[in-house]
Design a protein around this ligand. Structure first.
Ligand code: 3PG
Length: 233
């Protein structure tokens, strides 16, 4: 198939930037913010994903916290193929197979156990595992994870914790999540061990309920511009 023609200087599409074998480091490099979404009504799924992607955030985490979460992943994969869709809040081994069956392209856990690592491997799902302490990080590294979610980031020490972890773990990168906001995200992103952050602020529940997709797109656009702001400071 001939390569799609691209305007000179145009940013390659997400499909072109995602390698055939997806690693979590690839996922974290695609956008400065991963929206953490709890979808309460299936009909909201596709328009919400479209608004975020239009705003410049193509990597989305759909938490398995609602009855329709798996169906929401399925609906978004079908309706919005240009996104990269992860399943979050995977806390039990069977969640991994469910997530893959729904079409999830990566997984996110709030913490990590051997059972969860095994389930992720068995399901073939790239995993962003949650850690909080140096011991948990050592365990995660031993299991082969060189990129972790730091959760709950702000409650656990935020910027100071990430700066401290950079000493003994200089090659490890983190996606801080939990308490990251429009106000503090740029400070997190300015840290060399933070390629991206996760957060729910880009999709406020009131805007989702009110189907205010324009507001969500605007919030996403501001979030998508955060990396350049952070690095320039
Ligand atoms: C969560 O688990 O809900 C995520 O970490 C998002 O946290 P936030 O709502 O503080 O962004």
């Amino acid at each position: 198939m001939p390569a799609e023609r691209q305007a000179p200087g145009a940013r390659p599409s997400l499909t072109e930037r995602v390698p055939a074998v997806l690693s979590i480091r690839n996922v974290l490099s695609l956008a400065p913010v991963i929206p953490v979404l709890t979808i309460r009504s299936l009909e909201q799924a596709a328009p919400l994903a479209r608004a975020l992607i239009r705003g410049g955030l193509p990597v989305l985490e759909i938490t398995l916290r609602t009855d329709c979460a798996l169906q929401a992943i399925e609906a978004i994969r079908a309706a919005v193929p240009e996104g990269l869709i992860g399943a979050g809040t995977l806390t039990r081994p069977p969640d991994f197979a469910d997530a893959v069956a729904a079409g999830a392209q990566f997984g996110v856990t709030p913490g990590l156990t051997r059972e969860l690592t095994a389930a992720a491997r068995k399901a073939g799902l790239p995993l962003l595992p949650g850690i909080l302490t140096p011991s948990e990080l050592i365990e995660a590294r031993a299991a082969g994870f060189d990129a972790c979610k730091l959760f709950p980031a702000q409650a656990a020490g935020g910027l100071e914790l990430l700066r401290a972890l950079a000493g003994p773990f200089p090659d490890q990168v983190f996606c801080p999540t939990g308490g990251v906001t429009a106000q503090n995200a740029a400070e997190f992103l300015a840290l060399p061990n933070v390629p991206c952050v996760g957060g729910s602020w880009v999709a406020p529940q009131v805007a989702v309920e009110g189907r205010d997709w324009q507001r969500i797109e605007d919030l996403a656009r501001r979030a998508a511009a955060l990396r350049s702001t952070a690095r320039a400071e």
